[in-house]
Design a binder for this molecule. Structure first.
Ligand code: FAD
Length: 550
């Protein structure tokens, strides 16, 4: 895969290319929506470029529950078409990237006076299986109270009435975003992070490009294009305002918080989707050495560039968890990490945060700007397809250009191909053996394959370039080498958070890596003292914010 221009070290060459190329399409926003659009566009042969003002996936696309799911809760709201679409999509995304999108059985405990009664749960899960096209072997299984307690003894026996097991998929949202974007780049798209679309360029009233600002150097430059699509998530309305085309429907932002506790403090054996006393439902998902719990869903009117988990959010999730698992007694001191994100939902008169639809919406401006928001991580491919089908009509009408049909349901996502989960596990075992020879525990075989797929090979090979005594430091440095050269890492948090997931899922491993990683970043980018200091402050702030709440 040619990712030459997706190396942080070739940024100057890429910016020169952006300035001198006349694109068919500029995509604003490097979350999952923008990345999906870039892939679909590039694979149809359109000259495509994507700008992201911070790091890729630094918006909502690293703050989700990380499920590729059919959305059981939407069934309750009778959003049948949405359940059908995302249900089918999850099977496609799993096929295209089984290393990243893994099957995860979900347990739905039924309790006295809970959201779903026995009959409703059984029928609901059956309808869900049918709509989502779930294969027979994976279809829902209803359990008695005793069977439920046998597989999840932490549940409250006094109110438990039984359970249902159904099929979901789990992913890492930030990794999925980056891999989809790398696939777009391999198909000819250009993509760059830390470049903000600061304003639009017009010919008369029509948008014909973007004014861009490099946030690493403050350099300003212009990029021209036939069309501009804004996939800016929670920032979609900000850009529509800048474009003087903010009318009609608007966004309604709601905040969702997740907390992370050590798995030994909430040693659930299954992922669970359970009732909360206020009538909502939340997830508890075991992942490697931790369990993460979420999410809240509250209206948000604060600063969209600085979204934080507060004490109220954290206590809500702790109370809900302690209520369901009465023996665990989690406290705020158990919270190892957390994240808070914004859902860019579409405003509907008189509806509360939880009632708003998760459907996506396309906004067409008279200036030619096309914006898309709402939707789900799970549905990114279909959202992209809708945008590209719309653009194809425009290319035909405006330029007489016949754009090829989309085929992203056949494009293997970077890191593959794998035949399926069996091959992924076999590959992880082989990696674990190699790592074992270096003195590294088997867990890192799965860690590497889940994050990088077959690209792990390059990382394991690179380890021999380092002489550090601690093999985990050699592994971390090899990962940094890979992500700087192939995934546009520019800061410590790009690395510790969005490329490796360590900030959320393996925070204790960050401490021994801070010094060597900072040293390597300094040498890759020739950082002076001041930049190093800034970077250290940013890192410390992020670590603090993840586990300290006001
Ligand atoms: P974003 O990821 O926010 O991307 C927009 C990007 O645009 C940002 O990175 C931003 O920096 C950039 N940008 C903004 N302005 C500019 C500019 N001027 N120039 C350049 N770049 C700009 N979905 C699921 O399918 N499964 C789940 O389990 C799930 N759980 C969720 C849980 C929570 C708490 C939340 C909040 C959402 C969840 N979702 C889930 C929904 C899903 O995460 C979102 O639908 C999806 O991530 C939105 O992606 P996006 O690309 O549209 O927006």
């Amino acid at each position: 895969m040619n990712t030459h221009l997706f190396s942080s070290l070739n940024r100057g060459e890429l910016i020169n290319k952006l300035k001198s190329t006349s694109y068919d399409l500029i995509v604003i926003g490097g979350g999952i929506t923008g990345s999906g659009i870039a892939l679909d566009a590039a694979s149809r042969g359109l000259k495509t470029m994507l700008i992201e003002k911070k790091d890729f996936a630094s918006g909502t696309s690293s703050k989700s529950t990380k499920l590729i799911h059919g959305g059981l809760r939407y069934l309750k709201q009778f959003e049948i078409a949405l359940v059908r679409e995302v249900g089918r999509e999850r099977a496609i995304v799993h096929r295209l990237a089984p290393q990243l999108v893994k099957s995860e059985k979900m347990l739905l405990p039924m309790i006295k006076d809970g959201t779903f009664g026995k009959v409703a749960t059984s029928v609901g899960l059956m309808v869900y299986d049918v709509l989502a096209g779930v294969e027979k072997a994976d279809q829902r299984k209803m359990l008695s109270k005793e069977e439920t307690l046998a597989i999840e003894p932490l549940l409250d026996e006094s109110i438990l009435e039984g359970g249902g097991i159904y099929a979901e998929y789990r992913t890492d949202d930030a990794r999925l975003t980056v891999e989809v974007l790398k696939t777009a780049v391999a198909h000819g798209a250009d993509a760059i992070n830390y470049v903000e679309g600061s304003d639009f360029i017009y010919d008369g009233a029509k948008v014909i490009g973007m004014k861009c600002k490099d946030r690493l150097t403050d350099e300003e430059f212009e990029v021209s294009s036939k069309y501009v699509v804004s996939a800016a998530g929670p920032w979609v309305d900000t850009l529509r305002k800048k474009n003087h085309s903010f009318k009609g429907k608007k966004l309604h932002l709601t905040k969702g918080v997740h907390i992370v506790v050590p798995h030994k403090r909430l040693p659930v054996r299954h992922s669970l989707y359970f009732d909360v006393p206020d009538g909502r439902m939340i997830f508890a998902i075991p992942r490697d050495k931790v369990t993460y719990i979420g999410t809240t869903d509250t209206d948000y009117n604060g600063d969209i560039n600085d979204v934080r988990s507060n004490v109220e959010d954290v206590e809500y999730l702790l109370d809900a968890t302690n209520n369901t698992f009465p023996t665990v007694n989690l406290t705020i001191a158990d919270v190892e990490s957390s994240w808070a994100g914004l859902r860019p939902l579409i405003e509907e008169e008189g509806k509360s945060a939880s009632e708003l639809s998760r459907k996506d919406e396309i906004f067409l401006s008279d200036t030619g700007l096309i914006s898309i928001a709402g939707g789900k991580l799970t549905g990114y491919r279909k959202m992209a397809e809708r945008i590209l089908d719309l653009l194809s009509e425009k290319f035909e009408e405006d330029y007489g250009i016949d754009v090829a049909k989309g085929k992203t349901d056949e494009i293997v996502i970077s890191g593959g191909p794998f035949e399926g989960s069996k091959e992924v596990n076999k590959y992880a075992d082989e990696l674990a053996k190699k790592l074992g020879k270096e003195g590294i525990e088997a867990y890192y075989g799965q860690y590497l394959v889940s994050n990088y797929g077959k690209q792990s090979e390059l990382i394991v090979e690179q380890m021999s370039a380092y002489k550090d005594k601690d093999p985990l430091v050699r592994l971390g440095r090899a990962e940094l080498w890979y992500t700087v050269h192939h995934e546009m890492v520019h800061t410590a948090m790009d690395f510790f958070n969005r490329r490796t997931g360590r900030l959320y899922f393996n925070l204790p491993t960050i401490v021994p890596l801070i010094k060597p990683i900072m040293k390597d970043l300094k040498s890759y980018f020739g950082w002076k003292k001041k930049r190093q200091q800034q970077e250290m402050e940013e890192l410390e702030k992020s670590l603090k914010l993840a586990a300290n709440f006001e």
